[in-house]
Design a protein around this ligand. Sequence first.
Ligand SMILES: Cc1cc2nc3c(=O)[nH]c(=O)nc-3n(C[C@H](O)[C@H](O)[C@H](O)COP(=O)(O)O)c2cc1C
Length: 419
Amino acid sequence: MKTLVVYSSRTGNTEKLARAIAGALGPDCTLSCAEDAPPPEKFDFIAFGFGVYRGWPDGELRSYMLRAKPRYAGIFLTLGAYPDSEHAQVCLARAEGMLPASKVLAKLACHGAYAPGMVERMKARPAGSAHGWDEERAVRVAAAAGHPDADDLSRAQQLFKAALAKAVPPPDDGKKALVAAWFGTAVDAAREAYDLAESQLPVKPLRAYTSRFVRRKLGGEVPSLPGALQRLYLDGVRHVKVLAGLLAAGEEYELLRSDLEAFRNPLTGFDSLSVTAPPLSTPERLRRFLDAVTAELPDAPVLFMGHGHADGRSDFQYDAAAAELAKYNPAWRLGCVEGGRSLDTLLPELKKAGVRRLELRPFLLVAGDHAVNDLAGAEPGSWKSQLEAAGIECTVELRGLAAYPAVARYFAEEVERLG
Ligand SMILES: Cc1cc2nc3c(=O)[nH]c(=O)nc-3n(C[C@H](O)[C@H](O)[C@H](O)COP(=O)(O)O)c2cc1C
């Protein structure tokens, strides 16, 4: 932990505290007056000290405080007013207000003797004037005399030592991690697709599932995305990349992005946190993704089943994907379980094209419940049953797209592109 004690002190009171505090923070602590202070970015913990002049720190320290954004800070001041007065609290609050990006771990107001010249000047003012001499002032000035004393110094040392102990040391530079955030599947065999995709990634990721249903079904064995990020944060990781294991930029992706927001807080968040965009979200990604998907397709009619969204809000992405796929081979088609590209809408087209034989494949990252039941199930409502009832002979390739080696490489490239 790199620590700095920086102060402004016209008559030496605050400087005494500053020296004592710096001594207590250890031999590596830097001590400097505001005029000569090193760049604040070098420090994790900065203790700012000042003598109060007309309610504020002087200009030099003030501008240093406004510039500095240490992760942790402490404030100490000396003043003529009583340290437990409202005035003292206001002065501390003003200083704290100058450090919005820092966690302030210690605040100390301490009596500071008025310089003898100042006392003489106050005595010379006419009685009744704003800072003139009267009995109350005489008592206050007498109380401040001799401060900061040995007790003040030792109190300040204890307070700042305890504050430093509360500051979490920064992680080793470059402590990074990757999270693979998949939707999840409760189908054991389907999980191999995730294993395969993850084996191609530049580093071994921490796996997270966004589906609460799947997480519950697996007994909490795989964390949620926030759970995974929290785990990494507590391990001291500060740079995180997230692979968004989703195909379309729909509701799931928005939820995933909102899960990340809490971890972007400038005080408590990661130093960097980036996330990949889904393959169907931009034309350039779509093309590279389809290059990967089509790399091993047979030169024969194929019908993919994607997911889609019930109210059709992701149709435009699947429509674009279907149009692009047909450019590779007009016999390769894409429908969805939900939304506008249902089997009902595709069947007439298949019949019109005279398709007699089809290979069915999930356009899903893993061959989970939708692939096993909605696509290939024996129930009359499955796509296979409906197509066969319509006279089209079907074979099924039950493999999630994440298990296609070229698709796994596509995801690895997306992670690498995050920089
Ligand atoms: C010109 C002047 C203005 C001051 N203004 C205040 C003030 O607004 N509030 C206060 O409590 N004390 C005030 N003081 C007292 C100083 O804050 C106190 O003596 C402090 O310990 C000085 O710190 P330093 O020796 O580190 O400069 C003032 C003193 C002087 C000389």
